[in-house]
Design a protein around this ligand. Structure first.
Ligand code: IMP
Length: 211
């Protein structure tokens, strides 16, 4: 079994719990990039998850020369809302979601989603979570990994685990919302778990960029 230690560039406790859940299942350990909270925060102004993940990974990798680091950009795409909130997921309920650094509380974002979907029947409330992980070293992205999970947005929250939109996101195969799963269970199905497993396959394949 591998004993890799993976450095992750995030201080989001929900994402860290998710990463720990998938790492535990694969015998690797997760650590935050050292002194992450003292680093200048990267402005997430990309139009896509891919662009933001690369931007974060490249910038934060410069703080740990020679080390491979991972950055995550992710969000919720709701079909009935034309793919919103998408890259604006973390700040959907702010007065101006396009304004950078205007992240708001999860409860407020969830409340806005429920308002927008008010009156829309269950069969039209399909959605997907998307996660793009970028692996970078010394300011260069070595590869990116995408994971997606499809589900349905409920009209009331269920469960207290997870973070973000998890209490609204019903995953039919489990018969539960993602907030009703443990971190290890969520990682089996989630966009972040899928992207992370793709990253591990690449890492374990002896790819020259991953040495
Ligand atoms: P980021 O930090 O710019 O990637 O913002 C991600 C945002 O998308 C989070 O703040 C959540 O609102 C949402 N999100 C991403 N992944 C998840 C998840 O696994 N569960 C619930 N919400 C998520």
């Amino acid at each position: 079994m591998t004993t890799h230690r993976i450095l992750v560039a995030t201080s989001n406790p929900g994402k860290l719990r998710d990463f720990a859940g998938v790492a535990e299942a694969h015998g690797v350990s997760i650590e935050m990039v050292p002194d992450f909270s003292s680093l200048t925060q990267v402005v997430e102004d990309g139009a896509t998850f891919d662009a933001n993940a690369r931007k974060k990974a490249e910038a934060y990798s410069l703080a740990v020369p020679g080390e491979l680091i991972l950055a995550d950009d992710s969000g919720l795409e709701i079909d009935a809302l034309g793919g919103a909130p998408g890259v604006y997921s973390a700040r959907y309920a702010s007065a101006d979601p396009h304004k950078l650094d205007s992240n708001v509380k999860d409860e407020a974002n969830n409340a806005r989603v429920l308002r927008e979907l008010n009156g829309i029947p269950m069969e039209k409330r399909t959605a997907q979570f998307v996660c793009v992980l970028a692996a970078a070293r010394d300011g260069t992205t070595m590869n990116t990994f995408r994971g997606v999970v499809e589900g349905v947005i409920l009209d009331f929250p269920r469960g207290h685990n997870g973070f973000g939109y998890d209490p609204l996101f019903y995953f039919p195969q489990a018969g539960k919302t993602l907030a009703e799963l443990t971190a290890v269970e969520k990682s089996r199905y989630s966009h972040r778990g899928a992207a992370f497993r793709r990253f591990l396959e690449w890492l374990n394949s002896g790819n020259p960029g991953s040495t």
